[in-house]
Design a binder for this molecule. Structure first.
Ligand SMILES: *Cc1c(COP(=O)(O)O)cnc(C)c1O
Length: 405
C-alpha cells in the first residue's frame, strides 16, 4: 500500500531567502571531518578562543544562584547600564538604559530593527561585499535590499557618488559594517560623513554594525559615523555584542543602542517573539563588559600576526590580489584569475562556488565562496585558526590552484 503523506504549504517568504551559506560550508567541512578527512577549515566566522574563565564563572554562578527566570524584555538593567558605560568610555557617547536593547545575539538585534523599521515598498541600502545575513533580514521585513557595490581598488571604501546613484525615494536606511565581514576593510571618515549627510537630508536610518570594533589593527582610531557627524545620533542604531569581542558566539548576546522610541518598538517585537535573551548569558555578558578588558587585546594581538602571515602567503600566489584587512579576522582575496581554468577531471571553474567546491573536494580546504557576500570574484578565508593550520592550508591552496590548467 502506498501512503501519500500530505505536505503543508510553506510561506512564500521561505522560498525568498537562502539558509546562511557560511554556516552551510562550515557544516559540510565538519561532516567531512567527522568521516575522518583531514579538512582545514577556513570558513568559520567565530574566534577560535574559548570564552574567558571569569565570564564562564559568571554564567555558572547565575545558574547556581537560581537566576534562571524571565528577565525584563529589553535585558537586565545592570547589563544595559554596562553597555551605556561602555559606549561612554570607548567613544564619549551618551546613552541611557532605555535606549538599549539586549537581544539573542547581534543578528537577532538586526532582525528586531528590520521588523520595527521596514516594510513592503521600503528600500534599504547595503554596500557589497556585505555580511550574508543583511539582505535576508531586510527581505524578511518585506522591504527590498538595494546593493551598493564597493570597489577592491578603493580598498572597499564607499564612494559617495556611487551611493547617490543607488539612493531613491523609497530608500529608508543604510547598513554599514566597519571593520567589515568579509573584507576586513574600514570605512573612511570621508565616506561616513557623506553617508551621514545624505541620511540627514533624506531622513534615513543608519544601522552601524560595530561587532568587530575591538578587533582593529594598527594605531589609527576607527572612524565612526557618530563622531564624524554627531547630528546623526537621532537617526542611528548602533549594533554590537559580545560574540566576537569576548569569544561568546554560543551564548547569544547582542545589543542595540539608539533613539528610545525605536528601541521601544524593537522591544514590542522582541516581547512577542523571544521575550528576552537568556538570563544566564546576560549575566555572563555583564561580567565580560565590566570585568578585565585584556582578553580582546590578547585576541587582537594574536590575530594580527595571523593576518600578516596569511596575507603574505596569499599575495605570493600568482594571480591573487588581496586588500589588507584593517580589522576583523577575514581575508577576502580576488580569485578570479583562476576562473575559466580546468580541473584535472576537465571541469571548468566558472565562479566562486565551483572554486570552493574544488578546494574542499580536492584539497580538503574549506572557505566561503564570495558570491555569498555578493562578490563572486572573491573568496573569504577566516584566520581565526592556528598558525599551523594557516601554514598547511596556504600550501594546499597554492598547490591546488597550480593544478588548475
Ligand atoms: C558575527 C557577526 C554579527 C553578530 O553575530 P551574533 O553571533 O549574532 O552576535 C553581526 N554582524 C556581523 C558582520 C558579524 O560577522
Amino acid at each position: 500500500m502506498i501512503m501519500n503523506t500530505p505536505r503543508i504549504g510553506l510561506a512564500a517568504r521561505v522560498a525568498g531567502i537562502k539558509a546562511s551559506p557560511t554556516l552551510a560550508v562550515d557544516a559540510k567541512a565538519k561532516a567531512l571531518k567527522a568521516e575522518g578527512a583531514d579538512v582545514l577549515n577556513f570558513s568559520v566566522g567565530e574566534p577560535d578562543f574559548d570564552t574567558p574563565p571569569h565570564v564562564c564563572a559568571a554564567g555558572k554562578a547565575a545558574i547556581d544562584q537560581g537566576f534562571t527566570r524571565y528577565t525584563p524584555v529589553p535585558g537586565i538593567l545592570p547589563l544595559r547600564e554596562a553597555v551605556c558605560a561602555r559606549l561612554a568610555a570607548d567613544h564619549g557617547w551618551n546613552y541611557q538604559p532605555a535606549q538599549i536593547q539586549v537581544s539573542s545575539g547581534g543578528k537577532h538585534g538586526l532582525y528586531n530593527m528590520a521588523q520595527a523599521l521596514f516594510g513592503p515598498g521600503d528600500e534599504v541600502l547595503i554596500p557589497s561585499p556585505y555580511w550574508v545575513s543583511y539582505p535576508p533580514i531586510v527581505q524578511l521585513s518585506g522591504a527590498t535590499p538595494v546593493i551598493v557595490p564597493l570597489d577592491e581598488k578603493n580598498d572597499f571604501d564607499l564612494d559617495p557618488t556611487i551611493l547617490a546613484q543607488y539612493a531613491g525615494p523609497a530608500t529608508r536606511g543604510i547598513i554599514v559594517n566597519s571593520p567589515s565581514n568579509p573584507t576586513g576593510s574600514v570605512l573612511s571618515a570621508t565616506a561616513l560623513k557623506a553617508i551621514a549627510g545624505m541620511a540627514l537630508e533624506r531622513g534615513w536610518v543608519v544601522i552601524s554594525d560595530d561587532i568587530y570594533d575591538t578587533i582593529l589593527y594598527g594605531a589609527a582610531k576607527l572612524p565612526h559615523i557618530l563622531d564624524v557627524d554627531p547630528r546623526i545620533k537621532e537617526q542611528t542604531l548602533i549594533l554590537n555584542g559580545v560574540s566576537k569581542s569576548f569569544a561568546m558566539t554560543g551564548w547569544r548576546i547582542g545589543y542595540t543602542a539608539g533613539p528610545e522610541y525605536i528601541i521601544a518598538a524593537m522591544n514590542k517585537i522582541q516581547s512577542q517573539a523571544t521575550s528576552n535573551a537568556s538570563s544566564i548569558a546576560q549575566k555572563a555578558a555583564l561580567a565580560a563588559l565590566v570585568g578585565p578588558q585584556d582578553f580582546p587585546i590578547v585576541m587582537r594581538d594574536t590575530f594580527v600576526l595571523r593576518r600578516d602571515f596569511i596575507l603574505r602567503a596569499l599575495t605570493s600566489i600568482p594571480g591573487l590580489s588581496c586588500v589588507r584587512p584593517r580589522g576583523a579576522f577575514y581575508v577576502f582575496p580576488n580569485m578570479s584569475a583562476y576562473y575559466g581554468r580546468k580541473t584535472a577531471g576537465g571541469q571548468v571553474i566558472v565562479g566562486s562556488v565551483d572554486l570552493a567546491d574544488y578546494l574542499l573536494d580536492e584539497a580538503l580546504l574549506a572557505a566561503v565562496p564570495g558570491v555569498a557576500f555578493g562578490a563572486d570574484e572573491f573568496m573569504r578565508f577566516s584566520f581565526a585558526t592556528s598558525m599551523n593550520i594557516l601554514a598547511k592550508g596556504m600550501k594546499r591552496l597554492a598547490t591546488a590552484l597550480t593544478d588548475l590548467k
